[in-house]
Design a protein around this ligand. Structure first.
Ligand SMILES: Cc1cc2nc3c(=O)[nH]c(=O)nc-3n(C[C@H](O)[C@H](O)[C@H](O)COP(=O)(O)O)c2cc1C
Length: 204
């Protein structure tokens, strides 16, 4: 990957998080199945409310073109445009009810996010990149894969190896070459009042 896309943190963070990013340009190189197993194993070991593990993933790899195209068709058109070239696609779903009592799991979406975050860092450690997408067609996922009513298809994940953005369609190129930015800690770590930066982030 281009190091220009590395995070430039204000405070030291783990190298895996420095290197994680969401590219549009993917190489067509296939991902070894053993790496993919480890990537989903990392999701498996995420924390979750009551250890419910509400996450579910539907996965398709480029070497099975029928399965891949079926999954690709569940993305919105704008995402299909670049994701058609990635070697692995997944749809992240989450079970909205606790299996123990059938009651709503108010953090099911949160827990899918945690699992996908772990998955992403494991992928990064293996030289892979993950680009998540909210732009999916949930009803189509439901229909195509017979997703039960209590399960919400929520995100897609493109998994593979970053490639040279020079080969991207012009409109996507700046997104892979513009330096990444973030809001400062003082804008979201509060102390005595909403909007008031916590002392730890604004030492006097
Ligand atoms: C839950 C989620 C949904 C996203 N949805 C889309 C999407 O539909 N299409 C897209 O191109 N990027 C999508 N992204 C990628 C974000 O735009 C990207 O993470 C953000 O710009 C920060 O860039 P970085 O991941 O390289 O740090 C999504 C990311 C997340 C985590």
């Amino acid at each position: 990957m281009s190091s220009s896309q590395h995070a430039r943190p204000d405070h030291p963070i783990h190298d895996l998080m420095v290197r994680r990013w969401s590219p549009y340009a993917f190489s067509d190189k296939l991902v070894p199945a053993a790496d993919l197993r480890s990537v989903f194993e990392a999701a498996r070991w995420a924390a979750s409310s009551y250890n419910e593990q509400p996450w579910r993933y539907i996965v398709a790899t480029k070497d099975d073109s029928a399965a891949f195209n079926r999954l690709l068709a569940c993305l919105v058109e704008a995402n299909q445009e670049w994701a058609k070239d990635v070697p692995v696609l997944a749809i992240g779903c989450t079970h909205l009810k606790f299996s123990r009592n059938g009651k709503p799991n108010g953090v099911a979406i949160h827990d899918l996010g945690l699992a996908s975050a772990q998955l992403t860092l494991e992928a990064t450690s293996r030289g892979l990149v993950v680009h998540q997408m909210a732009g999916i067609l949930p009803d189509k996922v439901r229909l195509q894969y017979h997703v039960p009513e209590d399960v919400q298809p929520l995100t897609a994940l493109a998994i593979g190896y970053a490639a040279d953005p020079a080969n991207l369609p012009e409109k996507y190129r700046p997104r892979d070459t513009t330096p990444r930015s973030r809001n400062p800690l003082s804008s979201f770590v509060f102390g005595s009042d909403w909007g008031s930066p916590a002392p730890i982030v604004s030492p006097s």
